[in-house]
Structures are given as C-alpha cells and as structure tokens.
Design a protein around this ligand. Sequence first.
Ligand code: FAD
Length: 307
Amino acid sequence: MLGPVILAASRSDRMRRLVSAAPVTKQVVDRFIPGETVDEILPIIRELTGKGLELTMDVVGEDITTPQQAEAARDAYLELIDRLGPLELGTRAEMSVKLSMFGQALDGGHELALANVRPVVEAAAGIGTTVTLDAEDHTTLDSMFAIHEELRKDFPQTGCVIQAYLFRTEEDARRLAANGSRVRLVKGAYKEPAEVAYQQKHEIDKAYVRILRTLMEGEGYPMIGSHDPRLISIAQELARTAGRKLDEYEFQMLYGIRGDEHLRLAAEGHRMRVYTAYGTDWYGYFMRRLAEKPANLRFFVRSMVTK
Ligand code: FAD
C-alpha cells in the first residue's frame, strides 16, 4: 500500500524540499548513494572492483527543466569518464543514464537527449566501455528505444533497460533479443496505470520469467537486474538450459541492497555488476528505493524522530 504513495511523493517538489532538508536524511541516503562528487565515488569504485565486482555508474538526476541542466548532466558523465580512464577498468565500469536528465522531456527533447547522450557514449567507447539507457516511465520509452537503436548504429554495445511490469515489454524483448542487444531486465520502479502495466507482484514475476526466457534464448546479452532470490535461481536455470556460458549473461543489483549476494554470485564465477549512483540530485532515486521496500521508510522515519 505504501509503495504507490511514496512513488507519488517522488514527483512532488514540496516533498523533495521537506525530505532533502531533514537533518538525518544524508545518513540514510548514503546507504544507497555513497557519494556526491567524483572524488568521493572513486574510492568506492576501487573498493568494489577490487572485490571482483563490476559496476554501472549513475550520476543521479532526472526531470530537468532547462537545456543548460541537460548539458550539465552530460558534462558530469564526461568528467566521470575522464577520471575513470586512467583506472583502465574497461567494461568493468560502464555507465547508466536516464534520458530525462539529458533533456528528453523538454521542447525538441528527443533530439536534445540524443545530442547530449551521444558524446557520453563516444567518450565511454574511448575508454573501452559502454552505456546502458535506463527505462523511465512508460511515456518515455518509444523515444528511449529509438535513441538506443540510433546509438547502436555506431556503438552496438549500447544497452537498454526493459521493465517486466509493462504489457508492451514481451514484444520489446523479442525485438531486442533478435537484434543481439545488451538488455537489462528489471521489474520496474515507476507508478504505472493498470492500462499499461501489471499491478500484482505475482503477475510481474511471471512476466519477468517469460521475458527472461526470451532474452536467454535470443542472440543478445541478458543482464538480470533483480535482487529477488527466486528470480536469480530461475535465471541460472534458464541460462543453463539455453546453453549460455557464465560470461554470456550477467547479474546486476543496486548498491546498498543485498551486498552479500553480490559477493556470493561473483565468487561463484558470475559476472556481477553493481549499479552505483552518486551525485547531489538524489531525491527521485532515493524515493524509488524507499517505495520498493516499506521497511526502508520505517527506518528513515524512525531516524528522523529519534534524532
Ligand atoms: P523485489 O521483489 O522488489 O525485491 C526482492 C528482494 O530484494 C526484497 O525482498 C528485498 O530483500 C530486496 N530489495 C529490493 N529492493 C529493495 C530496496 N529498495 N531496499 C532494500 N531491499 C530491497 N527500474 C526501472 O524502472 N528502470 C531502470 O532502469 C532500473 N534499473 C535498475 C538497475 C538495476 C541494476 C536494478 C537491480 C534495478 C533497477 N531498477 C530499475 C529497479 C527495479 O525495477 C526494481 O524496482 C527493483 O530492482 C526491485 O525489484 P527486485 O527485482 O529487486 O524484486
């Protein structure tokens, strides 16, 4: 019940101001977003890759309102890539981007987002790594898939995300699996109406398995974005049945969630990529993490009242 309320709050400016100003917020936020600057995040990158984990880096931010903010987002990624270069991590540290942060919702946003994301994809390729386009709410997806297809003409390794809760996704998965794309499959983190998305957890889980089977049996590179233990063991089984070797798919989880499981899967020889977010505009990302698990919210509220 709480999840949809928190997701609605994630789009409210008033709640953004309240939550961001709360004195204890930072401690709770740090669990999911372990830094605000490149200097703060580089030691985390070294630590995690030193443990055999791979990373996908997210500079937090979304729903910007001016073209200048979109350029600033592009520049933040370019700075990160510039600083990652000397670490020579290659695909062990890739980027995840949200196109709304690159201007997708502004006037002429499709072209603007493509123009801003292209230099990031080029720079990533320049240090031997790749970019994955995150999936946001369903109204943005046609544009995201078109940008993905456009970028893949020059950078075929560019990945994208699909969300099991959307009815459209089984068809998207068939297309992407046939054309050999890197695809991260997630359950979906936005508040979506019943006209376009499954609302019940068991329906979403069943769709996840159907879509994952399509990806595993296809020509592309499946990236299993989930912390759900049941789905993780089903994924291992589907990979075996499809005859995939350990380096022909990967697991992905979020920084701060089930850290022991990251290490366990990596120790078993799996590619395990940790989605690591950093930056100052963390509100939307943070609220989605609270919505996924109401216990996080209880912890957050308790720390506010006991301080
Ligand atoms: P759940 O059933 O929600 O969780 C399974 C178990 O994991 C829970 O029982 C709990 O133990 C643990 N867990 C899950 N979430 C939390 C949490 N927030 N705090 C503490 N414990 C938790 N969504 C999008 O819509 N677009 C994207 O581009 C996108 N990218 C993602 C990238 C990665 C690498 C991952 C892992 C997720 C991404 N998501 C994205 C979020 C995703 O859609 C889900 O909201 C999120 O992963 C929770 O679903 P779950 O599969 O982990 O299963």
